[in-house]
Design a binder for this molecule. Structure first.
Ligand SMILES: [Zn+2]
Length: 447
């Protein structure tokens, strides 16, 4: 490398953004809030000018340029997935940006119709890369080591280096990409044997399945992997333990979506996450729409501070999370103690209580040699359980499964167990082991 070294423009921009984010991370909470307030003010003014949808919503809460941005935020209704699906044109401000600079991105939900949003390509990708780089720096990833990536939308392939942003600043190791669906676990495991990756990037369920496979088949010769980086699914303590046992790997949980990019990343010191507060404002609200206190799970509303192409303000991403106490790691960003997963993992039981249905695979493994399991709760009420098992389930095993499920639900729900050869999860980033369906079960094919 020549000295002095001239970085290509995007690399220099990302480095500069990363420096600004590093400063922001160390600011006090009130300083961060005041910077967010400026971004919010600018976003409202922009949205009111160019989006008919937002003009109407902002007028309804009597917004003016002098309004307190936090009071406006608290007064706006949440933006639902249906709002975005049905008002694409009225939400879009792409016409106000330079021609052909915006692209449409589609969410990958676990069920239902995807959400299409517009993003301003040039700025979105720079910000995205800068936040990715923060994660790499926070966790001091050794970028010279090989990286193994799994994803439902990836195509099998290899690259000589990690690519941007890491490869812009350092010599990085090779990358192997593998499509993670519709293939056998032994095939997915192959690159772990041949590549000796330092890191695995993928869904929590993929990493957990690989860890179990390693423990069962390679107990005497387990690979050493520095870390598993996850997105898109709930990370459980069990998943962390299994990755540790199989690979000696710590798990670094990250929270992002297609619509807004990075929302939070795991702390450098603890298992909780820090909100990427220069990119998003996260609110956690209860059923009445009131802010939740630390430790109280509630719906996640996300405001994407730089969503000029299609403003997303108080967007209900469908997740449930809870706040944590401030952190002692030196990063002053807000703490998400836990992301509980999808709202639809909560069941309204007959007593009126909202129960979280946590699928802990090891509990079911204790009942039968289960390979895969999926639960769907219907309004009948009926809990349907699809099971893939190495042997036909016995009557005792069925009874034990039913009893365990009822215990988790907290009432005597009718339970139907269907043993299958395989479960078709579809092409999704979020394998929803448990979902509450909004309709009754009427028989026929599972969905
Ligand atoms: Zn921390």
């Amino acid at each position: 490398m020549a000295f002095p070294h001239i970085l290509p423009a995007p690399a220099a921009q990302v480095w500069h953004l990363s420096q600004q984010l590093a400063q922001f991370e160390r600011m006090s909470a009130p300083q961060q809030r005041s910077i967010q307030a400026q971004s919010l003010r600018a976003l409202y003014a922009w949205a009111a000018e160019y989006s008919p949808f937002w003009r109407e919503r902002l007028e309804a809460v009597h917004w003016t340029r002098d309004s307190d941005p936090w009071a406006v935020l608290a007064g706006l209704p949440s933006l639902t997935r249906a709002d975005v699906q049905e008002n694409f044109d009225a939400l879009s401000c792409a016409k106000a940006l330079e021609p052909d600079s915006c692209s449409v991105a589609h969410s990958t939900g676990s069920t239902g119709r995807p959400v299409a949003v517009q993003r301003h390509g040039p700025t979105y990708h720079l910000r995205y890369a800068a936040h990715s780089l923060r994660g790499t720096i926070w966790h001091q990833l050794d970028v010279s080591r090989p990286l193994l990536k799994f994803g439902v939308r990836l195509h099998d392939g290899t690259s000589p280096d990690w690519g941007g942003p890491e490869a812009w600043f350092a010599k990085t190791g090779p990358v192997v990409r593998r499509r993670s669906i519709a293939r056998d676990i032994s095939e997915l495991y192959e690159p772990i044997k041949t590549l000796h990756p330092g890191y695995i990037v993928g869904m929590a369920s993929t990493a957990q399945t690989l860890a179990r496979y390693a423990l069962e088949n390679y107990g005497a010769d387990l690979p050493r992997i520095a870390a598993v980086l996850t997105t898109g699914e709930t990370v459980t303590d069990q998943m962390r333990r299994e990755c540790q046992a199989a690979f000696g790997a710590r798990v670094i949980n990250r929270y992002s979506n297609v619509e807004v990019g990075w929302m939070a990343m795991q702390c450098t010191k603890h298992e909780h996450l820090h909100v990427m507060a220069a990119n998003v404002i996260i609110e956690i609200v209860d059923e009445a729409g009131q802010p939740c206190a630390a430790g109280q799970p509630g719906r996640v509303l996300v405001t994407a501070l730089h969503s000029q192409a299609m403003p997303l303000i108080r967007y209900d991403v469908g997740d449930v999370a809870e706040w944590g106490e401030p952190c002692d790691c030196g990063i002053e960003l807000p703490v998400l103690r836990r992301i509980w997963g999808r709202q639809r993992e909560f069941v309204r039981v007959p007593t009126g209580e909202l129960r979280f249905f946590a699928v802990a695979a090891e509990e079911f493994l204790a009942i039968a040699p289960i390979r895969d399991i999926r639960f769907r709760y219907y309004t009948n009420p009926l809990l349907r359980c699809e099971v893939v098992c190495t042997a036909p389930l016995t009557a005792e095993q069925r009874a034990a499964l039913t009893a365990r499920v009822r215990q988790m639900l907290g009432f005597e729900c009718p339970v139907e167990i269907e043993q299958r050869d395989a479960i078709d999860w579809g092409a999704t980033d979020k394998r929803a082991s448990f979902l509450v369906m909004e309709a009754p079960w009427t028989g026929g094919a599972s969905s």
